[in-house]
Design a protein around this ligand. Structure first.
Ligand code: SF4
Length: 153
């Protein structure tokens, strides 16, 4: 990955500060973690025009950058308040897993970690699945959930 431009770095630092405040999280207390994520996102802004999450492997970054799902703040953050990059976390540096489906890898890795600011964040909380489909097969499951919501009187 190439070195990000100063302009994109500034943009991502501004974003992280604003989104952390809005979502009731902080950025990771280990500065090296936060800087690695900021650098990755800023490099994606330079290369793809969008802050595609740097914490995933993509076979086709250009295609993924056209979808909303992994554009920061990603769907997992907006639905479950879970950041697998550990960029947006609690004060103790732990990711919030409280809202994740039981079978989600984050829940299995970290156990149940509560949200200290439940009144903030989760703008897409209405998309949360009660049965864990989003974690099992996210794009297909989300389409299923949305179609069920659309057909509910
Ligand atoms: Fe952003 Fe989501 Fe990646 Fe966290 S996991 S850095 S919220 S895109």
């Amino acid at each position: 990955m190439s070195e990000p431009s100063t302009e994109s770095l500034d943009k991502m630092w501004k974003f992280v500060k604003g989104f952390a405040e809005k979502s009731g999280t902080i950025f990771h207390p280990n500065r090296a973690v936060t800087e690695a994520v900021v650098n990755g996102l800023a490099a994606h802004v330079d290369d793809l025009g969008k802050p595609l999450c740097p914490g995933n492997f993509y076979t086709d970054k250009q295609a993924k950058a056209k979808l909303r799902r992994w554009i920061c703040a990603c769907d997992e953050m907006q639905i479950y308040k879970y950041c697998h990059c550990l960029w947006f976390v609690r004060e103790d540096g732990m990711p919030i897993t409280e809202y994740l489906p039981d079978d989600h890898e984050g829940r299995q890795a970290y156990g149940l970690i509560t949200d200290p600011t439940p009144d903030k964040g989760r703008a897409f909380r209405h998309k949360a699945s009660r049965h864990g489909q989003l974690s099992a097969e996210p794009d297909k499951a989300r389409a299923m959930v949305e179609s069920k919501q659309a057909s509910t009187p």
